[in-house]
Ligand binder design. Sequence first.
Ligand SMILES: [Zn+2]
Length: 238
Amino acid sequence: MLPAIQWYNSYFTYLLFALPALILGLIAQARVQSAFNKYSRVRNYTGLTGAQVARRVLDISGLRDVQIEQTSGMLSDHYDPREKVLRLSQEIYSTPSIAAAGVAAHEAGHAIQDSERYFPLQIRSMLVPTVQIGSWLGPIIFMVGLVMSSTFGEKIAIFGLILFALTAVFSIITLPVEFDATRRAKMVLESSGFIGLDQMSGINSVLDAAAMTYVAAAAQAVSTVLYYVFLLMRRNDR
Ligand SMILES: [Zn+2]
């Protein structure tokens, strides 16, 4: 085959693997943005800011020692289990909107998971250092092994594949962690009266859209692993 056609073919094959997850990712992103745009403008009945909602959720869960800080960056909200700090982005921190209440309660949900030693969160935290290296080093090692023609090359490629596959495992374990934090957030918002019951549908659309982005990320990681497996099998056919 001509190199150009070969390149085109492999690029096309890659798209076949990657496209469904990519499209899912774009849809998820669009849904998050529209839900967030809509519900960050709707004031919640109690008039509590995200920071105040998070503080209340943490307090009724017995987590008075968890601090809440403001952090920069749009939707950079996260819970830091090492420092026991909940960091909320400026808008979530200071706005009394439905979206802010939902995101803040979700992040507080992660703090509750941490205090209860929620198992998937523990595995996820354990995998972080390996994934940080494997996500960029895995593909390099894999490609190096792939272009070597010996069986030694195959072993190297498989090693790279396994290293990178941990990224996919990580993104799959992230799913129960995220779904559970959202479940806790909805439960506590519903039962505490921090949010009007008829405003729960706004909370649902913000948090469910956010959950879908994690599903898309997991699908992307898995489809990349499958593409690598496909490349490895094709190499062995040569
Ligand atoms: Zn989360």
